[in-house]
Design a protein around this ligand. Structure first.
Ligand code: IPM
Ligand code: MG
Length: 354
């Protein structure tokens, strides 16, 4: 039976993760899906209590026994520097070699679209963000720190294997999902070594997918085009840092961070454990105020259910979430008046009666 490791984490993660558990409990108890939940006490509280960040025993059990991990959010102002959060988040992403961070950008209702003259059907693309290398690897250092001669370096690591497998995942996804175009965003006009590799690799891989148009776009231009006219975009492949930035822009197009879901997967072996997280982060200023939008969490659980072989359930979750926004049964960030719990109750009830 698939084992799902639940890490609520910090801030609003602690408020939304219980609703992920409720929806999974509902599917297990009332609809007979084979799911088993395992609750892990990791995050800032635990770190402040006993110094634990991401223990080897937990990492090993996740790697060997779990099918999925759900992570609420990490980050707490009581722990400056957030090294415990990086231990957990990067421990999962890098440790499990989850090289594809898949972030759908889809507006569920017209009311969520912030662009003049555009509607929900104009915003429907998926970003494949490289998730195990780039500037995120901890290679670099500081020299003469605190002096006038200070030097700070973060190396941007791009390997042929890492770049190629992510690009291939994007094309494969496009092919399986009837998409006609894949865009690759880089900055090869400035970063001529690392991003020339992306550019060359992209068009080499594209030859294996003759029915899909391969389009290159500089990442700065991509930001412009996504606002001016997001319609041509279906699948975007890009590196770790650009994917991080572009998906926040994408979240704005779909109604804000409260609507953005993500899956971190080892794409070419779906049997390997995968990590699912709402994109929003711990949002300390919202924490404890019943303001967090639970929809990103529901959509993220939907992605998890598809991963586990239940794609119809993801569709149902998505349609109930769209209805919640359409009818105002949602939090203020997406035009409603409900708190986190009441919005989550409405959606759960909608799933029961759908
Ligand atoms: C994200 C976040 C993380 C990232 C932070 C918290 C390190 O912004 O998942 O988008 O940059 O990957
Ligand atoms: Mg981010």
């Amino acid at each position: 039976m698939p084992l799902i490791a639940m890490i609520p984490g910090d801030g609003i993660g602690l408020e939304v993760a219980p609703h992920a558990c409720r929806v999974l409990d509902y599917y297990r108890e009332e609809r007979g899906l084979p799911l088993d939940l395992w609750h892990l006490d990791l995050g800032a509280e635990r770190y402040l209590r006993d110094g634990t960040t991401f223990p080897t025993a937990a990492a090993d059990r996740i790697a060997n026994e779990a099918s999925c991990v759900f992570l609420g959010a990490l980050g707490d102002p009581r722990v400056p520097g957030l090294s415990y959060a990086r231990d957990i988040l990067f421990g999962l992403r890098f440790g499990l070699d989850l090289y594809a961070n898949i972030r759908p950008v889809k507006a569920l209702t017209d009311s969520l679209v912030p662009l003049k003259g555009r509607c929900a059907k104009d915003i429907d693309f998926v970003v494949f963000r490289e998730n195990t290398e780039g500037i995120y690897v901890d290679v670099g250092g500081q020299f003469k720190r605190g002096t006038a001669d200070e030097i700070a370096i973060n190396e941007d690591i791009n390997t042929r294997k890492g770049v190629e497998r992510l690009i291939r995942a994007g094309f494969d996804y496009a092919k399986r999902n009837g998409k006609r175009t894949v865009h690759m965003a880089d900055k090869s006009n400035a970063m001529k070594h690392a991003h020339e590799l992306w550019f060359r690799c992209f068009f080499e891989v594209a030859k294996d997918y003759p029915d899909i148009a391969a389009r290159h776009v500089y990442v700065d231009a991509l930001c412009l085009l996504l606002i001016q006219d997001p319609r041509p975009f279906e699948v975007i492949v890009t590196n770790n840092l650009f994917g991080d930035i572009v998906t926040d822009l994408g979240a704005a197009l779909q109604g804000g961070l409260g609507m953005a879901a993500s899956a971190n997967v080892h794409y070419d072996d779906p049997k390997r454990v995968a990590l699912f997280e709402p994109v929003h982060g711990s949002a300390p200023s919202l924490a404890g105020r019943d303001l967090a939008n639970p929809i990103a969490t529901f959509l993220t659980v939907g992605m998890m259910l598809t991963h586990l072989g239940f794609p119809e359930e993801e569709k149902r979750i998505e349609s109930v979430c769209a209805r919640a926004v359409e009818t105002g049964h949602c939090t203020p960030d997406v035009g409603g008046t409900l708190g986190t719990k009441a919005a989550a109750d409405w959606i759960l009830n909608g799933l029961r009666t759908d």
